[in-house]
Design a protein around this ligand. Structure first.
Ligand SMILES: NC(=O)c1ccc[n+]([C@@H]2O[C@H](COP(=O)([O-])OP(=O)(O)OC[C@H]3O[C@@H](n4cnc5c(N)ncnc54)[C@H](OP(=O)(O)O)[C@@H]3O)[C@@H](O)[C@H]2O)c1
Length: 349
């Protein structure tokens, strides 16, 4: 049976909003309703998203409870702190999908420590592949009318390490993650350190020393996967590419575990996942192989001399890291086949 799902997108002038428009356009049942933003209200979509030709003549309108009313689904792609207020004004029967951080954390204390201000509350978490005590997070999404889409770095690190945590073959108390990040992860805002003259030709670490806002969300996820006393040193690095995250995540090999058990843990975790792929041994993920696709590519090795498990994951931060996860979660919430409209074919070279 064909049904129409009316979708409003708030933040339609931004990077995530643009990618939500691109990715959701592939869904056979989706029809876009209001496209809203803030300072760009009144502009045509084509001014801000010239790559989205089929939507170029649509006008962006102001974001309000009125403009977002009357849709089956509202996707919020707003700066953190902005979505809590608008979401609170939307009716409970509307499926609201927040791509920002406002509703991801279960702990109000963690919110206050890393983001500051009042905690907007906790929504069902939009990472279907997350290992939970009873199964997977996809089991919790059918029927949901509020979904918090994960952070992009969080997706890369969680999907990299969770099989080992769940299987008990890594020690989660000493995780180290170093990431190479494309610039779109920072959004469209103007900032000196995001200028081409600063970034081209440079690799620039940021959020160093345990202060990055994605840390508590990673801890939350790996705890969900079965980790106790999860501790992570997390360092992202801007590199000169527009999109993509390459995460290198290491943790001590658990005592008694061996390389065969490590491989088996990752194989078992992802053999049936449509969008998370453990590569054949010896083949390493690259960001280029994920561009435009809702895929996370993973490889795992054991560094015997260091006594550590080394996992590499790659995602497109705007697809598996945001808009693709949003669509995957929408499908589950609405009882549509999880993979509908989602692309595993990337753009290369
Ligand atoms: N970029 C990523 O890779 C990524 C990944 C995962 C999650 N996220 C999250 O997704 C959200 C959007 O990120 P982004 O990268 O798309 O940022 P962005 O490119 O800066 O876009 C921000 C959007 O929000 C709108 N906006 C700003 N203030 C607003 C307000 N007070 N009310 C209504 N609309 C407002 C802007 O509209 P105007 O342009 O009209 O002012 C713009 O459309 C953030 O919470 C971010 O943390 C981003």
């Amino acid at each position: 049976m064909h049904m129409t799902i009316s979708v409003a997108v708030s933040g339609a002038s931004g990077y995530v909003g643009g990618e939500v428009l691109r990715v959701f356009s592939e869904h056979p049942d989706v029809e876009f309703g209001a496209l809203t933003a803030h300072s760009s209200a009144g502009d045509l979509v084509g001014v801000h998203q010239p790559h989205l030709r089929s939507l170029a003549d649509r006008t962006i309108v102001e974001t309000s409870a009125e403009t977002l009313a009357g849709h089956d689904v509202v996707v919020l792609a707003l700066p953190h702190g902005a979505s809590g207020e608008i979401a609170a004004q939307l009716p409970p029967e509307t499926l609201v999908i927040d791509c920002g951080a406002d509703h991801r954390l279960a702990s109000a204390e963690a919110w206050a420590e890393y983001y500051g201000g009042e905690h907007a509350g906790t929504w069902p978490y939009g990472m279907p592949e997350l290992i939970t005590p009873g199964g997977h997070q996809r089991d919790n999404l059918p029927g949901s009318r509020r979904i918090a889409v994960p952070g992009c770095n969080v997706t890369a690190v969680t999907l990299a390490l969770q099989p080992g945590v769940a299987a008990g073959v890594v020690d989660p108390t000493d995780i180290v993650a170093v990431l190479a990040n494309g610039y779109s992860g920072a959004g469209k805002k103007l900032a000196t350190h995001l200028l081409a003259s600063e970034g081209l030709g440079a690799a620039s670490p940021y959020g160093v020393g345990g202060v990055h806002r994605h840390i508590p969300e990673i801890v939350q996820n790996l705890t969900s996967a079965g980790g106790e006393d999860v501790t992570i040193s997390f360092t992202p690095t801007l590199v000169p590419m527009a999109r993509g995250i390459l995460a290198t995540v290491t943790a001590p090999l658990a005592s008694g575990a061996d390389a065969a058990q490590v491989r088996a843990a990752w194989e078992a975790a992802y053999e049936n996942e449509p969008f998370v792929h453990l590569l054949p041994e010896g083949q390493w993920p690259t960001t280029a192989a994920t561009l435009g696709a809702n895929t996370c590519l993973v490889q795992v090795a054991v560094d015997q001399k260091a006594g550590r498990v080394v996992v590499i994951s790659a995602i497109d931060n705007l697809v598996k890291g945001t808009a693709g996860a949003a669509l995957q979660s929408m499908n589950l919430a609405l009882g549509v086949e999880e993979t509908t409209g989602l692309q595993t074919l990337g753009v290369a070279p």
